[in-house]
Design a protein around this ligand. Structure first.
Ligand code: ADP
Length: 236
């Protein structure tokens, strides 16, 4: 039996001001999936993420969300900007802010939210950095903190936009290992936009390649056998 569906695009077109960037896209993201989204610059990867996150309504077609996802059970790791890297808060405050979605009308964080924040920091190996200022951390440590923050929001689905940008190869490898752990051991579904196709293919199960004229979506093996994937193998 197939795992329950979390997010799906049915014949979706997305774009801006009447101009389409992506057209007639069909995509299904299920519990426990690991999907990598690849494609040239400007092909529409971030546009698709905006659609999946509900920030950009489709021009046509339908983006379906499971009740869990509609309730906000979704963690998002945006591309880090310089201003975010300089954020003047402690690691604990940054991680705890991942619970903001669930605060509702309450002004203070609940004890359960505080312990979830501490648990997620422990899981990602940043607990000992708890009282340090976020902006003093290395790029790799900052990404771990942001992942811990995303886990406070989500137990089912993580969406990541170019998460290894600016990381050295060791820190990037470390991040991929963490993502694989979350996917395999904790059943977290992962959707990741990346340029690092080689490393991504080692962990991902499915690939969406957004091309100029058409999109490919299939398993890693199917992708490597496809014209788009074969091109990647030639340049490897
Ligand atoms: P990618 O993430 O693959 O690099 P994007 O989704 O950022 O690509 O962009 C796809 C296309 O949409 C590009 O041609 C870009 O110029 C255009 N685009 C992106 N954001 C906007 C926007 N806010 N308004 C108008 N056009 C945009």
């Amino acid at each position: 039996m197939e795992a329950p569906e979390l997010l799906a695009c049915r014949d979706v077109s997305l774009g801006y001001e009447g101009q389409s960037v992506l057209t007639h896209l069909d995509l299904s993201i299920r519990e426990g999936d690991y999907l990598c989204i690849v494609g040239d610059n400007g092909s529409g990867k971030s546009t698709l993420l905006r659609g999946l996150l509900g920030l950009l309504p489709p021009q046509s077609g339908e983006i379906c969300r499971s009740p869990d996802i509609r309730r906000g059970n979704l963690g998002y790791l945006p591309q880090q900007t310089r201003a975010q890297r300089d954020f003047p808060a402690t690691v604990y405050e940054v991680v705890l802010s991942g619970c903001l979605n669930q605060k509702g009308m309450h002004f203070f964080y609940s004890p359960a939210q505080k312990s979830a924040a501490l648990m997620n920091m422990g899981k990602l190996g940043v607990l000992e950095l708890k009282d340090q200022c976020y902006r003093d951390l290395s790029g790799g440590q900052q990404q771990r903190v942001l992942l811990a923050r995303a886990l406070c929001a989500a137990s089912k689905l993580l969406i990541l936009d170019e998460p290894i940008t600016g990381l050295d190869p060791a820190a990037a490898q470390d991040l991929y290992k963490l993502l694989s752990y979350l996917n395999r051991k904790e059943g977290m579904a992962i959707v990741m936009v990346t340029h690092d196709l080689k490393a991504a293919l080692q962990s991902a199960r499915t690939v969406l390649h957004i091309g100029r004229s058409s999109c490919f979506c299939g398993t890693v093996a199917e992708y490597l056998a496809s014209p788009q994937g074969r091109r990647f193998r030639e340049v490897e």
